[in-house]
Design a protein around this ligand. Structure first.
Ligand SMILES: *Cc1c(COP(=O)(O)O)cnc(C)c1O
Length: 376
């Protein structure tokens, strides 16, 4: 491995129109930023308890319900703190005694660690599988909640969201990188939760959850028990505020605006089918390139498990992935590094709906160019 970075300048035709391929935070569309600048003096710096901001929250809630096509009775709830805060809120408010977790990467293992550490819950049942694969849920009458990610962002594995046959517990689905890119049947989840800095091309710090009537009922039942719940993490408080198009405490107004802009952009273009088909096209481009390449290979062996929003691509040992990512960065193409804890000779490439499929094709050409210069 060389210590100094090779000085490789990409030719103009190998430069994507936008160089952001990070899996979170991820590309924010310039149109959305321009629209935010356009309303800045009447929107930013105004009260979140007044109609101007409350209308944006209302559009967010209505837009998410429309995008996910949720049945009547489902509610869209939001609060501050991102997905990580929602894990704590879910441990306090959505799990009665014991959860079952699928754990097959950094994010799914973190939620399992949360419920394991919660002194008011029984130790969870954790079903693991190696990175690059996913385990399956197993109906268990002893658990009252099933926790799984729709897309494990750290490894690039996606799985279908489906209730295990005969299961009665709530389905708690981490959709942080899946929402806005992968299709889901809303009857298969009770909480579909995410943060807006991935598929929704906004900024971090907020969580949003689509909750089924059973989830809403669970929140009231747990609230009525003698469990102490910190107010900031109390989903019944979040629910009350969301019903009024507000949050319990002050939200980031720019984050709300950018998310609504992205949501309405997707809906105007054709909604979830359009978004998913665009991600499918991007996935065809990236995996197709890797499959045909002499030095790049999709990390996820089973084609059906390969995420269409985050691709993980292993490189042959003679092409050092960290060097490739650094050279790309030096050419203003950023955040293609693999997930740090996975420790593989790998690139990780986001294919969220905001990212142009043509830019992904250009990126693969840029990677080939760099690989040709450094070793392949
Ligand atoms: C990014 C991510 C998270 C963490 O989101 P934060 O908003 O940073 O807390 C959790 N789960 C998945 C699947 C993610 O991709």
């Amino acid at each position: 491995m060389t210590t100094s970075l090779p000085n490789i300048e990409l030719p103009p035709d190998l430069r994507p129109s936008d160089g952001r391929f990070g899996s979170g935070p991820s590309k924010v569309r310039p149109d959305a930023v321009a629209a935010l600048a356009g309303v800045a003096s009447t929107y930013l710096g105004t009260s979140h308890r007044q109609p101007t901001v409350k209308n944006v929250v209302r559009r967010l809630r209505e837009g998410v319900a429309e995008l996910l096509d949720v049945p009547d009775g489902y509610e869209i709830v939001l609060g501050n703190g991102g997905t990580t805060a929602f894990w704590d809120a879910a441990a306090f408010g959505l799990i009665e005694r014991r959860a079952q977790h699928l754990s097959f990467g950094e994010f799914s293992s973190k939620f399992a660690a949360v419920t394991k550490a919660a002194p008011f819950l029984d130790s969870p049942e954790v079903i693991e599988s190696p990175p690059g694969t996913h385990p399956e849920l197993e109906a268990n009458p002893e658990v009252d909640a099933y926790a799984l990610p729709h897309n494990e962002t750290s490894t690039g594995v996606a799985m279908e969201v489906r209730r295990p046959a005969g299961a009665e517990g709530l389905m708690l689905v981490d959709a942080t990188s899946a929402a806005a890119g992968l299709c889901v049947d809303p009857t298969q989840f009770d909480a579909y939760y995410f943060a807006p800095q991935k598929g929704f091309a906004s900024d971090g710090g907020l969580w949003v959850a689509a909750l089924s009537p059973a989830a809403v009922e669970r929140i009231s039942a747990v609230k009525a028990s003698d469990r102490w719940i910190p107010t900031f993490l109390d989903l019944s408080v979040a629910l009350e505020n969301s019903r009024l198009d507000q949050t319990y405490n002050t939200p980031a107004l720019a984050t709300l605006f950018l998310m609504v802009h992205q949501l309405e952009w997707i809906l105007e273009n054709g909604g979830k089918e359009w978004a998913a088909s665009r991600c499918d096209r991007s996935a065809d481009i990236v995996y197709g390139w890797a499959d045909a390449s002499g030095y790049a290979t999709p990390f996820v062996a089973d084609k059906g498990d390969r995420s269409h929003v985050v691709a993980t691509i292993d490189l042959a040992p003679e092409v050092d992935a960290a060097t490739v990512a650094k050279v790309l960065r030096a050419n203003n193409i950023v955040d293609t590094e693999s997930y740090r804890k996975l420790g593989r000779n790998q690139l990780r490439i986001a294919m969220f709906v905001a990212i142009e499929p043509d830019d992904l094709a250009t990126l693969t050409g840029a990677i080939d160019f760099i690989a040709g210069q450094i070793g392949a």
